[in-house]
Design a binder for this molecule. Structure first.
Ligand SMILES: Nc1nc2c(c(=O)[nH]1)N[C@H]1C(S)=C(S)[C@@H](COP(=O)(O)OP(=O)(O)OC[C@H]3O[C@@H](n4cnc5c(N)ncnc54)[C@H](O)[C@@H]3O)O[C@H]1N2
Ligand code: MOO
Length: 482
């Protein structure tokens, strides 16, 4: 027997248990935004594929700029006391007055576990700063410098096979592969090039440890790891990740095909001035847009009059090739409400006929051929609410989403909300200063009862709620965001 007069949760449970994610189809990445993955994606290679520089500068051996093991830091001739820390020559980029950036010791540049890190104390008062080529105190600036010989270049897309030997430095650009022999990068702001010599100001460059300004091979992703799980709703960043990790297309759940049909002799097309007793058919537009926003491919079948044979044909046509049919109007009990009898005449399997909801009580759900049919009441707010509460979760389930309902939020009412007796009253509201302000009209036949609607406040069965009371609400969109 057809279920009738269901509680909201019961009706939704029946809808969701009926609908399962649609089969997968392969899509180019460019066409997969918003789709839901039907497979696990793995990285086809490590990222980055090699050690690369994170700065424009010079590839060096960190040991050349660090104290040698066992060196007596206290007995040297050079002293850091009073050393000026900045080199404001033309080649350095730091503007006058700007502070010298500290060495980048973030996770990305940090020394790998197990590597030994010689420490250099560059503070005023520290004794000596040895270096491979012999760090020396610059007489004019008073700072400690290491001089390195310039050898070649590694540019992005043009790796160098040449080795950086002790006492040497190679020009390197951001994203370029670290050449053999080098294990760190000094930013170009921290050095001065003098012909074929490179002068590294140690007070300015800070501690240069192996891995400094280097993004290690595989530090982002190791080859073979899972990058995106099945069920992921794909966003631009996810698709970029898939591309970078070696994928040009993805297996996603096929989007549901939705047919939209409006019924009623009184309806006229959008753009036509209604005659006496006529109404512009706005529900078809609204449902098509709501379904598209839920990720469906929509076929708008326009309108059909209140004539049984024509209605049966239109419904059969709508169901052919559709996963979901959204039909508006003609689902109440009047002499001209012909949708339910037409569905039964077509052999549809009824699932439920009515829900304890206002607006949207005469709302039916059935299976016709291979399509799920939502017969939504014709009043515009009833159509809208019925779609949001039942059809949208169904479309999202078909599309493969795990989260199918609108986010729920506990809200405080800025004004009283009327109750609907034995029914849950789905009050349309705006979000104003964090509170739910019921729209002035709650008439289900009034289009203004949808204007600027941010929230559907679920007022439980009963006599209603006063201003200041709390209730659950479905959040339709961020305020002001389409
Ligand atoms: N005796 C009873 N009468 C009604 C009951 C009931 O329980 N017993 N329920 C009422 C409730 S609640 C609703 S909701 C409506 C639903 O009726 P229908 O689904 O049959 O809708 P229609 O009669 O076709 O239209 C209602 C209303 O909406 C306008 N409409 C219809 N289609 C469109 C469209 N495409 N675009 C814009 N507006 C549309 C239509 O002109 C009517 O004004 O039944 C109550 N009656
Ligand atoms: O159920 Mo109706 O949708 O209240 O107007």
């Amino acid at each position: 027997m057809t279920a009738d007069d269901l509680e909201l949760a019961d009706a939704l449970a029946r809808v969701l248990s009926a609908c399962a994610p649609l089969p997968g189809e392969r899509r180019a990445l460019r066409a997969a935004r918003g789709c839901v993955l039907a497979e696990a994606l793995h990285a086809r290679w490590a990222m980055p594929g090699a050690d690369v520089s994170t700065m424009d500068g010079w590839a060096v051996r960190a040991a050349d700029l660090s104290p040698r093991t066992g060196e007596d830091l206290s007995a040297g001739t050079a002293t850091a006391r009073g050393a000026a820390a900045t080199d404001l020559s033309a080649e350095t980029a730091t503007p006058p007055g700007a502070s010298v950036p500290p060495a980048d010791l973030s996770a990305e540049t940090a020394t790998p576990p197990g590597a030994s890190v010689p420490s250099i104390d560059l503070s005023p008062g520290a004794a000596t700063i040895p270096g491979a080529g012999g760090p020396r105190k610059d007489r004019s600036s008073g700072t400690f410098v290491v001089e390195l010989a310039v050898v070649g270049e590694s540019a992005a897309g043009h790796p160098s096979a040449a080795e950086v030997g002790p006492g040497q430095a190679m020009r390197i650009s951001t994203g370029a592969v670290l050449p053999p022999g080098a294990d760190a990068v000094v930013a170009q702001e921290d050095v001065r090039r003098e012909g074929e010599r490179l002068r590294v100001d140690l007070a300015r460059a800070g501690q240069i440890r192996p891995g400094h300004f280097v993004r290690r091979a595989g530090s982002d992703l190791a080859a073979g790891v899972e990058i995106l799980a099945p069920g992921t709703a794909l966003r631009p960043g996810d698709l970029a990740l898939a591309a970078g990790a070696g994928h040009a297309d993805v297996l996603v759940h096929r989007p549901p095909r939705v047919a939209v049909l409006c019924t009623g002799d009184e309806l006229v097309d959008i753009g036509c001035p209604p005659g006496h007793g006529q109404v512009v058919s706005s529900n078809g537009l609204m449902l098509a847009l709501q379904a598209e926003a839920a990720g469906a491919d929509v076929r708008d079948l326009g309108r059909v009059g209140d004539e049984p044979e024509a209605l049966r044909r239109a419904l059969a046509d709508a169901a052919a090739g559709a996963d979901v049919v959204l039909v508006s109007g003609g689902i109440s009990v009047g002499d001209h409400d012909l949708v339910w009898p037409a569905l039964l005449a077509l052999g549809a399997e009824p699932i439920f006929r009515r829900v304890r909801l206002r607006p949207g009580r005469p709302l039916a759900f059935a299976r016709l051929g291979d399509a799920w049919v939502f017969a939504l009441p014709g009043n515009p707010a009833s159509t809208y609410v019925g779609f949001e509460l039942f059809a949208r979760p169904a479309l999202r389930r078909l599309r493969g989403h795990q989260q199918v309902e609108r986010p729920r939020r506990r809200v405080v009412l800025a004004g009283p909300a009327e109750g609907a007796g034995r029914r849950t009253h789905c009050v349309r509201a705006r979000l104003v200063d964090g509170r739910a302000e019921p729209l002035p009209s709650q008439v289900s036949g009034a289009l203004t009862s949808l204007r600027g609607c941010d929230l559907l406040v679920l007022v439980p069965p009963g006599s209603g709620l006063p201003a200041g009371a709390e209730a659950d609400a479905l959040v339709l969109a961020d305020p002001g965001v389409a």
